[in-house]
Design a binder for this molecule. Structure first.
Ligand SMILES: [Zn+2]
Ligand SMILES: [Zn+2]
Length: 360
């Protein structure tokens, strides 16, 4: 059960990034409304994302130390500012990992990642959700009501990994008969593969060097073909599956120099290569080798502007991500959770973080 009386205590537990690769579970004040567009959300379920690891390890330049980590969560609204009209106290909500004002030029064009007033703030530049409560700016455009028939667990990934997969699939401009190759069978790769299918791909190929992860993807039937790059010649295998042309579109969701190179090598001429992975160092494109291939490269930063649409797909059973939750810890043990997630222990894909002192 969730511990009682926490509202009256005005204190909560939260995982704080201290800088220099360290975190600490601290006692913090329960957040209060700071702006009329804010909402306070009691976190019912959160999760750990690779981006959190990137922050902890110092790869996110803009990340501030002394902030509460976490940006992927669901919860119940406990307070709203005066300007918040759409979201109400008591609503069960799923959050966008990208805070967006809904009004600026970028938001109006669905480029929410570049919102002039928001962007990736939660758990990066302002306190995030790996806590008992979180303050969400621009609540009306950054929170989404969870349909009644959808559980918290099923809605957990809406605003981040599933939005990233959906974004990756959208970037591919999938047409009838398309074969989409997805590099990486981690959580974002799996979501990309499922979304590519959802958006009409005829065939989805998923590629990974980690045979355990690939097996997990296969067991859950997220693609049509699976290529183990530790054992198979990826380029040849993709050619064999595409009448020797290469993939019509490629989603790069792995994020290292090898997979970056692979992304354009397995694409057919005139294909779209959607790079949704986050890299830890600069990479270059050998344009001399690619000349004449006439590729279109698209890069992200997820524009998670379609969360309502994604929630409908989830509610209608068109897509399901429950199987990605392979582990769970309560907030008390979140640091243990980070270790399990980072080391991919026992086939860990995603960890659900339940509230403090919560026991299943
Ligand atoms: Zn994330
Ligand atoms: Zn905006």
């Amino acid at each position: 059960m969730i511990r009682q009386g926490v509202e009256n205590m005005e204190k909560m537990k939260a995982l704080v990034f201290l800088g220099n690769g360290t975190t600490e579970l601290q006692e913090r004040n329960i957040p209060i409304l700071k702006d009329e567009n804010d909402a306070i959300v009691k976190v019912t379920l959160s999760t750990i994302c690779t981006s959190d690891l990137h922050i902890v390890h110092g790869f996110v330049q803009k990340a501030k130390s002394n902030i509460v980590l976490g940006h992927e969560f669901v919860g119940v609204v406990t307070k709203t500012g005066k300007n918040v009209k759409h979201i109400k106290v008591g609503d069960r909500v799923s959050a966008n990992c990208v805070t967006n004002c809904g009004k600026c030029w970028y938001c109006q064009h669905n480029f929410v990642n570049n919102c002039e007033n928001g962007g990736w703030q939660l758990g990066c530049t302002i306190d995030g959700c790996q806590a008992e409560y979180v303050r969400v700016p621009y609540a009306d455009s950054s929170l989404y009501k969870i349909p009644n028939n959808l559980s918290d667990k099923s809605a957990l990934f809406t605003g981040d990994i599933l939005a990233s997969g959906y974004f990756g699939a959208q970037l591919c401009e999938i047409k009838k008969g398309y074969t989409v190759a997805v590099i990486g069978s981690g959580p974002v790769g799996i979501c990309s593969a499922m979304c590519a299918k959802l958006l009409g791909a005829e065939k989805v190929i998923i590629i990974d060097i980690d045979s355990e992860r690939l097996k997990f993807a296969e067991k859950n039937n997220v693609a049509d073909n699976y290529i183990d790059s530790s054992k198979q010649d990826v380029i040849q295998s993709v050619l064999n599956l595409t009448k020797m042309r290469g993939a019509d579109a490629v989603i790069e969701a792995a994020g290292n120099d090898e997979t970056f190179k692979m992304s354009w090598q397995i694409a057919r001429a005139n294909a779209i290569v959607a790079v949704v992975a986050m890299y830890e160092k600069p990479l270059s494109l050998p344009l001399n080798q690619m000349y004449g291939k006439n590729l279109i490269f698209k890069t992200g930063g997820v524009d998670s502007a379609y969360c309502d649409e994604i929630l409908q797909y989830l509610a209608n059973g068109k897509i399901n991500t429950d199987f990605l939750i392979t582990h769970s810890v309560n907030l008390n043990n979140i640091e243990k959770g980070y270790k399990i997630f980072e080391e991919k222990k026992d086939g860990c894909m995603k960890i659900a973080v339940t509230p403090y002192e919560y026991q299943f």
